[in-house]
Design a protein around this ligand. Structure first.
Ligand code: XMP
Ligand code: MG
Length: 191
């Protein structure tokens, strides 16, 4: 889906499809070099990371395994509470594995900080993070992101897996959602 298909719902396109793919290719070269000769397990966080996972995995010239987790922050509204509930756990035993968490976006960092601790408690050899987007101005905890795609302003974005009310995930680019879409009654809730 292109921005013209949702005419007026975005205030701007932040990152084009081409920019995303160029950056994912750069990140893939880095990952290939860092994990040369090692087995790698990509752990995607549902649902937002589906597009990043699909494109990153196919861009990698490196054998990988893939698994998925679904988590949800307790609490309501647009900010995550940091208290996380597992909705779907991994099928894979992490003992001795090199794990790379694949995320769409790091906002406050609270969800990922919890996930990192959780996965680290399962006996992996390493756990690192790959996130397409990061909002430095929204960070509430320091997280070491080994592979970060783009730093973006503290605005609510949709597209390339990111949703508002389950919509816009199939937009090929990433854009800023126009306030009229979620105002005046509601906040932007996402997963
Ligand atoms: P935290 O704050 O814990 O949040 O880093 C991470 C999760 O919140 C969702 N999120 C967004 N979803 N547009 C979205 O569509 C956004 O701008 C946005 N910011 C955070 C997302 O699921 C992320 O994994
Ligand atoms: Mg997410």
């Amino acid at each position: 889906m292109e921005p013209r298909d949702i005419d007026g719902d975005l205030t701007e396109i932040l990152i084009s499809e081409e920019q995303i793919h160029t950056r994912l290719a750069e990140m893939s070269r880095q990952i290939e070099a860092d994990y040369a000769g090692k087995d790698l397990l990509l752990v995607g966080v549902l649902k937002g990371a589906v597009m990043v996972m699909a494109d990153l995995a196919r861009e990698l010239h490196h054998p990988i395994s893939m698994d998925w987790m679904a988590v949800s922050s307790y609490g309501s509204g647009t900010t995550s509470s940091g208290v996380v509930r597992i909705l779907k756990d991994l099928d894979t035993d992490l003992t001795g594995r090199h794990v790379l968490i694949v995320e769409d976006i790091i906002d406050s960092g609270l969800t990922l900080s919890w996930l990192l601790a959780n996965l680290n408690s399962r006996g992996p050899t390493s756990v690192e993070i790959c996130a397409l987007l990061r909002k430095p101005d929204a960070a509430r905890v320091e997280i070491n992101v080994k592979y970060a795609g783009f730093d973006i302003p503290n605005q609510f974005v949709v597209g390339y897996g990111l949703d508002y009310d389950e919509k816009y995930r199939n937009l090929r680019s990433v854009g800023v959602l126009a306030p009229h879409v979620y105002a005046p009654t509601g906040g932007a809730a996402a997963s």
